[in-house]
Design a protein around this ligand. Structure first.
Ligand code: SF4
Length: 386
């Protein structure tokens, strides 16, 4: 069963116009929601007897904006997770922070409750880029938030950086990274702006290619940012993630290993007991179902839906999809230990075809994307999925 927990916090102060994640505006339902999430935690924990002695390795509060609701609700839920599952002394406990909703008091409360890693949704340190993105903070607000987190005792600080925003330049991205380094950031997640169907950005930019950053410029920005990050000692270790030594995300690393994890809350997706499952994207539905549940019950009917039952063959087939995102790629001996098969025998055609296109390399016992393969990762992965 899972040794990792993801908690979805589906509330934001205001919806950003490019965002396709599930979240709702306002705090009206947060008290009820976190009470229900506490009960869901206890229900999952009561089915976790075999791992009870060991405790959980990582907890991740993602969103939405976990720093938006009252910090007492968030810290209260973390306490429930600790008392229900038990957490290892060296567990990584992350909370996503939005600069616009952070206060000094909240930063101190998170640290005191046991959070030891923060992932800050900075996105950019250029005021004009932040304005285009419709964010509620400006660059000064982002810097203040990073200072509050450092003052509260956080040393494991990650920042998100969006690239490919209309009006953004490669020089601007490099300058953002330089500033992150001087502000004590140890991990950077670099995401490309995508037009998500149903968002205001989708309607605004669809069919208006001239207003977007040309794809070749966006790719140039991406590769320039990776090279610059590496030169600063923030080494790319996954398609979107780079870290100083000792600061990789353990929680995300577990996803890329195919490890199981519990998911708590509306819109959350998990993987336990060989089943990949999801919760509906609805706070109302979540509260309606969970408010009838009591500690000691089974997981209530309708709370989750099964996405996939993963047998040994499914896990083996999925493995390249998870590993090819990482800089280590598929380690040939690890694959054999896990699945009892030679990866070349199972995926020979996909490996050969992509090596001949220059998108993959098979060297030193690892099969991984080349520099050019990073731009075609989805197509390479599709070849492995068959
Ligand atoms: S704060 Fe984050 S989750 Fe909320 S709408 Fe903006 S991008 Fe989406």
């Amino acid at each position: 069963m899972g040794r990792h927990i993801y908690v979805h916090n589906p509330f934001c102060a205001r919806k950003c116009p490019y965002c396709g994640f599930y979240s709702e505006e306002g705090t009206d339902r947060t008290e009820e929601y976190y009470r229900c999430a506490g009960i869901e935690t206890q229900l999952w924990a009561s089915g976790n007897i075999e791992d009870a002695d060991d405790g959980i390795d990582t907890v991740y509060f993602g969103g939405g904006t976990p720093s938006f609701p009252d910090s007492g609700l968030i810290c209260g839920l973390l306490n429930t997770i600790k008392s229900s599952f038990g957490i290892k002394d060296d567990a990584e406990i992350t909370i996503e922070i939005n600069p616009s909703s952070l206060t000094k008091e909240k930063a101190e409360a998170y640290r005191a409750a046991g959070f030891n890693r923060v992932s800050v949704g900075v996105q950019s340190l250029s005021d004009s880029v932040l304005k285009t993105l419709g964010r509620l903070h400006d660059s000064a607000g982002a810097k203040d938030a990073l200072a509050m987190l450092r003052d509260a005792g956080f040393t494991n600080i990650s920042a998100d950086l969006i690239i490919g925003v209309p009006g953004q330049t490669a020089e601007g991205v490099i300058s953002d990274i330089e500033q992150f380094v001087s502000l004590g950031v140890k991990h950077i997640s670099t995401y490309s702006l995508t037009l998500e169907e149903g968002t205001p950005f989708y309607s605004r930019y669809t069919g208006r290619l001239e207003d977007l950053v040309p794809p070749e410029d966006e790719r140039a920005m991406y590769h320039a940012s990776r090279r610059f990050l590496a030169s600063c000692g923030i080494i790319p270790y996954e398609i979107s993630n780079s870290a100083c030594a000792g600061f990789r995300s353990v929680h995300n690393g577990a996803y890329w290993e195919g490890s199981e994890y519990y998911a708590i809350g509306a819109g959350a997706h998990g993987y336990t007991g060989g089943i990949r499952y999801g919760h509906e994207d609805s706070v109302d539905e979540y509260i309606r179902i969970m408010s009838k549940a009591k500690p000691g019950d089974k997981i209530p009917e309708g709370l989750i839906y099964v996405e996939e039952q993963m047998g040994p063959e499914d896990r083996m087939r999925e493995y390249p999809f998870l590993r090819l995102r990482t800089s280590e790629g598929i380690e040939v001996d690890v694959f054999e230990r896990k699945f009892g098969r030679d990866v070349h025998e199972v995926f020979g055609d996909a490996i050969k075809a992509n090596i001949s296109r220059g998108l993959l390399e098979d060297k030193d016992g690892r099969i991984r994307l080349t520099e050019s393969g990073l731009d075609f990762a989805d197509a390479v992965i599709r070849d492995f999925l068959g």
